[in-house]
Write a protein that binds this ligand. Structure first.
Ligand SMILES: CC(=O)N[C@H]1[C@@H](OP(=O)(O)OP(=O)(O)OC[C@H]2O[C@@H](n3ccc(=O)[nH]c3=O)[C@H](O)[C@@H]2O)O[C@H](CO)[C@@H](O)[C@@H]1O
Ligand SMILES: C=C(OP(=O)(O)O)C(=O)O
Length: 423
């Protein structure tokens, strides 16, 4: 079992560099199998979700090489293999193999995905998109079988909810469908633009990524190419929060400000002192933080993935504030753990009520999901004394070398592994 031990209260100073986006990487990798030759991805983060996908590619007989953040994917000898259980459940984004295999082979057998438990995470809009394109989709107790006996035909797909995964899966399935497809009420996240950039370089014809209407004209084949990932806006937001909490001159490099504008605006409202550079953000010492209220929304609104990381910062602020996660109202597993460390937070139906300021003290806590983990790491950096975090595997799904990066800033953080499985 791995655990993180943080001795908090140390000021953070220095520079760190943000890696390529997890939520891009996990879509680009399945998308790459749709090419007929090698795809090279640059800036791929060194995270467990990437390794889980490489394991799955290996089962599909796809050759891969991953070194120094460059990932070479050669799908020349790919085989259509059913993936009903097992590795497919180790992460959320394995659902992209539904769209990718449907497009590549006209068929696929893919089990329901895993990933963070944030409350119900249905995939009805993904299935609706596949069916609209003419696929037959059968759900046998969580094993999704996709076939397309008459091929896939371009169509109009209206998404009932704004969904990143369903939008990307619809794009993957539609790029080689016959004729034109329009996706309406599409998600607009930067990762969608990144996936469309790769597919376009592979030969796909797609317009409108980053808007709520995406138009696709089917092509017959997709070829190999190379592509560099966008930086991870959630990783950037996480380190910016740690810097606002404990920093004194911390520069966060490789940030696209426009991707986290709504987050920066909230930190600004709290009174954080930041200087926005061309591709970096410098955080000065920020005292007397003001309490704020916030609501998560689809992009360009405040990202749900940053709701948990910002919570400990609110704990440090003066006054009463509320957090409403409209995307995942049940994304609250960090709250009891923060309270164990001395926070004063109440979950009241779909509203999280924070009253501050509270001094945090180190305690044994569990990271039940990825961003709950980020939240607890930030709390641990802020707390007086020692915090021991278990559930570290969840954190490693999405953060490259979190220990090394924080140590470089002066944090007292160590990871231990006793080699035993977590209970
Ligand atoms: C791998 C990846 O990119 N994960 C991100 C992605 O997850 P994911 O793509 O799974 O999340 P979605 O954008 O699909 O979910 C948004 C909302 O739509 C609902 N919904 C979604 C699909 C569907 O078929 N039916 C439905 O009702 C969900 O329950 C949720 O309330 O976006 C989430 C919301 O920004 C982020 O927290 C995740 O980090
Ligand atoms: C919820 C997240 O990831 P996933 O969708 O991969 O579970 C996340 O990145 O915060």
């Amino acid at each position: 079992m791995k655990k993180l031990v943080i001795r908090g209260g140390k000021p953070l100073t220095g520079e760190i560099t943000i890696n390529g986006a997890k939520n891009s990487a996990v879509a680009l990798i399945p998308a790459a199998i749709m090419a007929d030759s090698e795809v090279v991805l640059e800036g791929v983060p060194d995270i467990q979700d990437v390794y889980s996908l490489l394991d799955i590619l290996n089962d599909f007989n796809v050759k891969t090489e991953f070194k120094d953040n460059t990932l070479k994917i050669d799908p020349t000898n790919i085989a259509s293999i059913p993936m009903p259980t097992g590795k497919i459940q180790s992460l959320r984004a394995s659902y992209y193999f539904m769209g990718a295999t449907l497009s590549k082979f006209g068929e696929g057998v893919i089990g329901l995905p895993g990933g963070c438990f944030l409350g119900p995470r249905p995939i009805d809009q993904h299935i609706k998109a596949f069916r609209s394109l003419g696929a037959q989709v059968d759900d046998d107790f969580g094993v999704i079988t996709l076939t397309s006996p008459k091929g896939l035909q371009g169509t109009r797909i209206y998404m009932d909810v704004v969904s990143i995964g369903a939008t990307i899966n619809a794009i993957l399935a539609a790029v080689k469908a016959e004729g034109k497809t329009t996706i309406e009420n599409a998600a607009r996240e930067p990762e969608i633009i990144d996936v469309v950039s790769l597919l376009t370089k592979m030969g796909a014809k797609i317009r409108g990524a980053g808007t709520s209407v995406i138009r696709i004209e089917g092509v017959e084949k997709l070829h190999g190419t190379s592509h560099t990932l966008i930086p991870d806006r959630i990783e950037a937001g996480t380190y910016l929060t740690a810097a606002v909490a404990m920093g004194d001159e911390v520069r966060v490099n490789n940030v696209i400000y426009e991707h986290i504008e709504s987050y920066i605006a909230k930190l600004d409202e709290m009174g954080a002192k930041m200087e926005i550079g061309e591709d970096s953000i410098l955080v000065h010492k920020s005292d007397n933080l003001q309490m704020v209220s916030l609501k998560t929304l689809p992009y360009p609104g405040f990202a749900t993935d940053l709701q948990q990381p910002i919570t400990p910062l609110l704990v440090k602020a003066m006054g009463k504030g509320t957090i409403m996660d409209t995307i995942y109202p049940q994304r609250v597993k960090h709250i009891p753990e923060l309270n164990r460390m001395g926070a004063n937070i109440r979950v009241d139906g779909d509203i999280i009520r924070v009253e501050g300021p509270s001094e945090l003290s180190g305690a044994p806590v569990k990271a039940s999901d990825l961003r709950a983990g980020a939240s607890l790491v930030i709390a641990g950096l802020m707390a007086d004394g020692e915090t021991e975090i278990t559930g570290v595997e969840n954190i490693l799904r999405g953060y490259t070398d979190i220990v090394g990066k924080l140590r470089a800033l002066g944090a007292d953080i160590e990871m231990f592994d006793d080699g035993q499985e977590e209970a």
